[in-house]
Design a binder for this molecule. Sequence first.
Ligand code: ZN
Ligand code: ZN
Length: 341
Amino acid sequence: MRAAVFEGLGTPLGIRTVPDPAPLPEQVVLRVCRCGICGSDLHMSADPEAGYRPGVTPGHELAGEVVAVGSAVSRLRVGDRVTAMAVLGCGRCAACAAGDPFGCPVFQADPSACGLWGGFGQYTVVPERHCVVLPEVLSMADGALVEPLACSLHGVRRARLQPGARVLVLGAGSVGLGAVFWARRLGAGRIAVAARSHRGEELAMKLGATAFLAHETDRAAQAHAALGGPPDVVLECVGRPGMINEAMMLARLRGTVVVLGMCTGPDVAIPVIGLMKELELRFAVTYSVAEFEQVVDVLARGAPELRAMHTGTVGLDALPQAFEALRQPNDHCKLMVDPWA
Ligand SMILES: [Zn+2]
Ligand SMILES: [Zn+2]
């Protein structure tokens, strides 16, 4: 099969012919139909500490068709259309039994060995228990949106929104825009999005934002005006140094900051800012099985505005260049790979 391979820091992905995968007893082989490119793929292919190991095929936001099953697979059949959770737990501990693979001690002991990769290849293997069957009404592109939307849902749920809450979302990438959608659905009042350009504005408003702030000067006053007061909740969805401190400065007294942005470098925040407001600072990453299934359910029942997040598709040959281009400012919300195009 053909696959994109991470070849090392500072080197574009390579397109290689590699052996077809074979399933272990509890795994299925998927023919990958769509795989989204995630901000974490960009981080992990550029970070010397928390990065991919050379030889890995990245890609975890995938949807595909089951083409082979391992000997212990009981639920899935060849021909099933599925998407898959990207955090692989052991399947036997209390956390896994509770639908919380992120809390699994095996995953926590070595997260980089327990993630799902392989979506930028024509086939990949996934444990059966991590697959969720796609309802017929969902396309493969819809299926590839489930994973990133589940991350946003988890982040918004970690904020424990009160009905009518004033919400400020920092960042208008796919994580931030997904957070807008869920904040709207989970009962927020006014929702403002702050970003460095107007690029995400149309989509943010479509997904439920009530204001879009694209100027970095005097953001606190802008947010106050747009929300009718300082934000009860600030969702940090940028992942750049300085953003956590900015989120803390913008939140109201005893407000909540939830960090979803993935910043892999050192950052400085001034604790007294949080102290003098008695802020709650929380972090959110990945999702529970229930949250993942909730996204499938919501997509299946409609939510056409979410499809607008999918802004383009590339084949493997165009992927290395398209992947590098995403490191610069660009107009994509979610670019997907079709490894068969
Ligand atoms: Zn992702
Ligand atoms: Zn486990």
